[in-house]
Design a protein around this ligand. Structure first.
Ligand SMILES: [Zn+2]
Length: 67
């Protein structure tokens, strides 16, 4: 199964920033520095300082089924 990424984005629960990685190697960090996204539409990469509870997932993905 292939997953395609339509939107690679999260919202930081601490500062409320919504950050989106729009292309590969487009590394974005929120203004308080707690969470980051990377990978654009190629892969979903999340970095966080404390725990994955620090952000809300806002990404949109679709699964492509092989015939
Ligand atoms: Zn933040």
């Amino acid at each position: 199964m292939n997953q395609i990424i339509i939107k690679n984005s999260i919202q930081c629960k601490h500062c409320g920033d919504i950050i989106e990685s729009t292309h590969l190697h487009n590394y974005k960090t929120c203004s308080c520095g707690s969470v980051s996204v990377d990978g654009g539409h190629c892969y979903l990469r999340r970095c966080f300082k404390n725990s994955p509870e620090d952000f809300t997932e806002l990404s949109i993905t679709r699964i492509l089924k092989k015939r």
